[in-house]
Design a protein around this ligand. Structure first.
Ligand SMILES: Cc1cc2nc3c(=O)[nH]c(=O)nc-3n(C[C@H](O)[C@H](O)[C@H](O)COP(=O)(O)OP(=O)(O)OC[C@H]3O[C@@H](n4cnc5c(N)ncnc54)[C@H](O)[C@@H]3O)c2cc1C
Length: 419
């Protein structure tokens, strides 16, 4: 039987986080956009005290993929109860991004770095690196550094290296990473970490790639640039250089001896792509709701259920925007739910990301168009939402790359056969 009922735990989180988004984030949204590279202290401190108080616990513990052994072994065997960690996270991210997507990315939180540890790390690594997000004395951030000047969409082309020093049993990292979300915060401003992808053996291609946890302030790791951006300006996006940066042996995520490092690293995307989609949905919903409010304030009334030929052009646009937000959410929640249920969701994660990135870019563009000069001016947040939305079609795999992943899964082709 198919049930579309939202579990009570998920609905409660949405409600709780919505209050926060409305009360704190909306208040600071414009300021944070105008003051790029400045930290919004009220927001950071609020979120940090909530993390420490355990309120955000379900979020920091989320983004995990159940291990194979958690799956029922035989057909008909009673399934274990599903804990909706990923679904709760998707609901919370939507609300936070409804408040402000830049502030959401900038909040002290495990971020992509923590997500990588949750998805590819061992139990001991999760304990060591994730606990601090609820116990440290000051705000902590986590970042993930994959992209390089010569490797973006083609992650297998990364040239950063990790060489093992046989004497000290430490990894020595060398290379340059660019566009690292919350990179500066993770390296310089907290007791956080960066998960950096590097190759142990460049001749081995993908098989040689592993992810390494590099602790804040590790000698040899340096922030060299912080980007100025079109949108999500509250969040820092940094370039990081690794120069003979020594990392303990046990900081390689997963089993150091297993050669399938790339697969483990890629598994992170199955958990994080639905969250990027959820963030886009929050922005799109914000734009849609504001347009609906203004439409009704000006005497309009949306006539659902009548013959589409009798709809006004504005009604048709608003309904199309709503349908795009809703379909995006259904796809995203399906991918998140599958992760919770321990079902392989590589296809669905990319479907949600590819569809939502495009859909919400269209929705926010339409919102500005509908409101004309008001939408384009700073009187409203609509122009900002248009700028913020676009990133969701770029990071964590561009729209084109996620479409490629979808095609590969559907046709059963590998990356060598379909590129
Ligand atoms: C604000 C921001 C934050 C970011 N945060 C992070 C982060 O935290 N960590 C991190 O590692 N990276 C991050 N990135 C980098 C981001 O993931 C990359 O920009 C993205 O993967 C694209 O890579 P690229 O920029 O090298 O573009 P390219 O790979 O050079 O692609 C350029 C264009 O060509 C298209 N293209 C490429 N290959 C194909 C193909 N085979 N078929 C069809 N089209 C193709 C792409 O879709 C794109 O439109 C961030 C980027 C930005 C802008």
């Amino acid at each position: 039987m198919i049930s579309f009922e939202v579990p009570a735990g998920v609905a409660n989180v949405s409600k709780l986080v919505h209050g926060l988004a409305m009360g704190v984030m909306r208040k600071w949204a414009r300021w944070a956009d105008d003051h790029e590279h400045e930290r919004c202290e009220e927001w950071v401190n609020t979120m940090w005290s909530l993390s420490k108080g355990g309120m955000m616990g379900s979020m920091t513990g989320g983004l995990s993929r159940k291990k194979k052994e958690d799956k029922p072994k035989e057909e008909g065997e009673k399934k274990k109860e599903v804990r909706y960690q990923n679904l709760i996270m998707a609901a919370a991210v939507e609300e936070l991004s409804w408040g402000d997507a830049g502030l959401y990315l900038a909040m002290p939180f495990m971020g992509l770095g923590g997500a990588a540890v949750a998805a590819a790390g061992t139990e001991a690594q999760r304990e060591k690196f994730l606990k601090r997000f609820t116990t440290a004395d000051k705000p902590v951030w986590g970042a993930m550094a994959i992209t390089e000047p010569g490797a973006g969409s083609d992650t297998a082309a990364i040239s950063a290296t990790a060489e093992l020093d046989p004497k000290t049993k430490e990894w020595i990292l060398n290379g340059e990473k660019i566009f690292v979300t919350q990179g500066k915060s993770s390296v310089e401003d907290s007791e956080g970490f960066v998960v950096a992808w590097a190759s142990r053996d460049r001749k081995a291609g993908r098989a040689g790639i592993k992810s390494f946890v590099v602790e804040h302030h590790t000698p040899g790791m340096k922030v060299t640039k912080v980007e100025h951006k079109l949108g999500i300006r509250a969040s820092d996006t940094a370039s990081i250089v690794f120069e003979d940066c020594r990392v303990p042996y046990e900081n390689v995520l997963g089993d150091p001896e297993v050669k399938e490092g790339f697969k483990g690293a890629m598994a992170t995307f199955d958990a994080t792509r639905p969250m990027v989609a959820a963030s886009a949905i929050g922005i799109g919903r914000a734009a849609l709701e504001r347009c609906q409010e203004l439409y009704e304030k000006n005497g309009g009334k949306l006539r659902y259920g009548i013959n589409p030929n009798r709809l006004t052009s504005a009604e048709r646009d608003l309904m199309m925007m709503e349908s795009q937000v809703r379909v995006s959410r259904l796809l995203t929640w399906k991918a998140a739910w599958m992760a919770d249920a321990g079902i392989h969701n590589n296809l669905e994660a990319s479907v949600s990301k590819a569809k939502t990135g495009k859909a919400i870019t269209w929705v926010t563009n339409k919102a500005v168009e509908l409101l004309g000069p008001v939408g384009y001016s700073k009187q409203e947040l609509l122009e900002k939402w248009l700028r913020d939305a676009k990133i969701n079609d770029i990071f964590e795999g561009t729209g084109q790359i996620n479409t490629l992943v979808v095609a590969r899964r559907i046709f059963g082709l590998g990356s060598k056969e379909l590129r």
